[in-house]
Design a protein around this ligand. Structure first.
Ligand SMILES: [Zn+2]
Length: 227
């Protein structure tokens, strides 16, 4: 199978490969129930699709624990993720879309855009390394920088943190983050650790007040230690 195959995969195959990639990014296999939840489908239909993807050489089973991508499956998943993230970056940088608007547009376009178009968009952007939400963009050769950040919900209190990435799926939450001054590169400090189901008090760089961040929002913001 050539890495720049001409026969496109179906939209649902592409969505499955992307979901398995995301769920297994930290090394754990993806369970049927986690896939069903991520794709918003019934577990029975996941089982059927897993069988097809296994037969096509995209997935392999990890007994009792779920599935993971084969090399071929990972290569295809990274092509789709590259399309998605280049599209988001192009929409934001060249067409004036805001960061809360690009994801849903890219979800549609990623299945239609050719690799040629994506490569031209990437060249017009001077080969960006990250998308508007801080996620690394796979290269044309299928390499991707690690995204080894921790969520704000799991970060330590009392140290200077920097927002490195945010989850891109929920437009309302992205707008909410922006209204709190929470953008990529912003520095913040958690005032004290609290139980996981309670809001975090966070001092945001440049703001006069302490912001209260809900547990749900804290799960979707990824931080690194600022230098
Ligand atoms: Zn996105």
């Amino acid at each position: 199978m050539s890495p720049r195959r001409s026969s496109p995969l179906s939209r649902s195959v592409e969505d499955y490969l992307k979901a398995v990639y995301t769920l297994t990014e930290r090394g754990e296999p993806a369970s049927t129930s986690a896939l069903a939840e991520a794709l918003d489908v019934q577990p029975a239909s996941v089982t059927g699709m897993i069988k097809r993807l296994d037969e096509s050489g995209f997935l392999e089973h990890v007994p009792y624990r779920g599935v993971r991508l084969t090399k071929t499956g990972a290569r295809e998943a990274l092509r789709i993720i590259r399309r998605h993230r280049v599209l988001e970056t192009y929409l934001a940088d060249h067409l004036g879309y805001s960061w809360d608007d690009v994801h849903h547009e890219a979800e549609r376009l990623e299945h239609a855009a050719s690799d040629e178009l994506i490569d031209r968009m990437a060249a017009a952007l001077e080969d960006p390394s990250h998308d508007p939400h801080g996620a690394p963009i796979p290269t044309r050769a299928g390499e991707i920088a690690p995204a080894d950040f921790v969520s704000l919900a799991n970060a330590p209190a009392g140290v200077a943190l920097e927002i490195k990435a945010v989850q891109d799926e929920d437009s309302d939450l992205l707008r909410h983050m922006e209204s709190l001054g929470l953008r990529l590169g912003v520095q913040l400090t958690i005032e004290a650790r609290v139980p996981l189901n309670e809001p975090l008090s966070v001092m945001v760089e440049g703001a006069e007040v302490t912001e209260r961040i809900s547990p749900d929002l804290a799960q979707r913001i990824f931080v690194g230690w600022s230098a």
